[in-house]
Design a protein around this ligand. Structure first.
Ligand SMILES: Nc1ncnc2c1ncn2[C@@H]1O[C@H](COP(=O)(O)OP(=O)(O)OP(=O)(O)O)[C@@H](O)[C@H]1O
Ligand SMILES: [Mg+2]
Length: 232
């Protein structure tokens, strides 16, 4: 459904993404594994129109060429940015409402009610400034804000960064639940074990290129993956 073909991203002299091709099929969780600087964020930003790129990106057969980010969001491809990128001085509720900027007030209210069921902590903290939440709560708010836009594909960038093992487990459960409800997910992570526990397929990115791809069971047996990404 989401198709990325030969995508390249360059920042001046730095070629961050060097011809990546991948697919996210309906109902799948797809992992994007790579070390610092591999190009994961640049690729996600290319998909959502936040950076200039070459190559072809299409979703449900529609070419994304020339679309801006708001139009891409309208087509159902929504990103949860690395570092959460909340509006820290706005309340939890205000951050959530911003995620629904393309929805009718009725739809926004219905989705908000769903988010408060899925993330009860956000309901109790609705009037609190987002910047005062714990790291785990901020990650949940960032994911809920993206879900307020009713995505078909959710692109999640390093959700585990800085979180305790327990909270990493909670985030994994949230992603599984979202996926079980029919939303496809692409998750970029340095935490390879986390991705392998969730994903139907994964791509390993090094220096802006896909060097390996396959199902987690296959990749787990790869010597290169074991030593470089799983430390075993
Ligand atoms: N705005 C920018 N200007 C110049 N270079 C950039 C910019 N953004 C990223 N880069 C460079 O592009 C390369 C890929 O960065 P990117 O953030 O996409 O990697 P990443 O895989 O997401 O890394 P991390 O795991 O640390 O988030 C890096 O070498 C980085 O220094
Ligand atoms: Mg990144």
């Amino acid at each position: 459904m989401l198709s990325v073909e030969d995508v390249r991203v360059r920042y001046g002299g730095v070629q961050a993404v060097r011809g990546v091709s991948l697919k996210v099929r309906i109902g799948q969780v797809v992992g994007l594994i790579g070390a610092n600087g591999a190009g994961k964020t640049s690729l996600l930003n290319a998909i959502t129109g936040l950076v200039a790129r070459t190559g072809a990106i299409s979703f449900e057969g529609r070419d994304f060429a020339g679309l801006d980010t708001a139009e891409i969001v309208r087509h159902g491809v929504i990103q949860v940015a690395q570092g959460r990128q909340l509006f820290p001085d706005m309340t939890v509720l205000e951050n959530l409402e911003l995620g629904a900027f393309l929805q009718s007030p009725q739809d926004a209210n219905a989705t908000l009610a769903q988010m408060f069921v899925r993330f009860p902590v956000l309901k109790t903290r609705a009037a609190q400034r987002a910047g005062t939440l714990s790291g785990g709560e901020q990650q949940m708010l960032a994911m809920a804000r993206a879900l307020m836009g009713r995505p078909k594909v959710l692109l999640v960038d390093e959700p585990c960064l800085g979180l305790s093992p327990k909270m990493v487990g909670v985030i994994g459960d949230v992603i599984r639940q979202i996926n079980a409800e029919g939303i496809s997910v692409m998750v970029a992570e340095q935490n390879t074990a986390f991705v392998f526990g969730l994903a139907h397929r994964a791509y390993v990115v090094e220096n802006g290129e896909v060097v390996l791809e396959g199902e987690p069971d296959q990749l787990r047996r790869d010597d290169r993956v074991r030593s470089a990404y799983l430390g075993i």
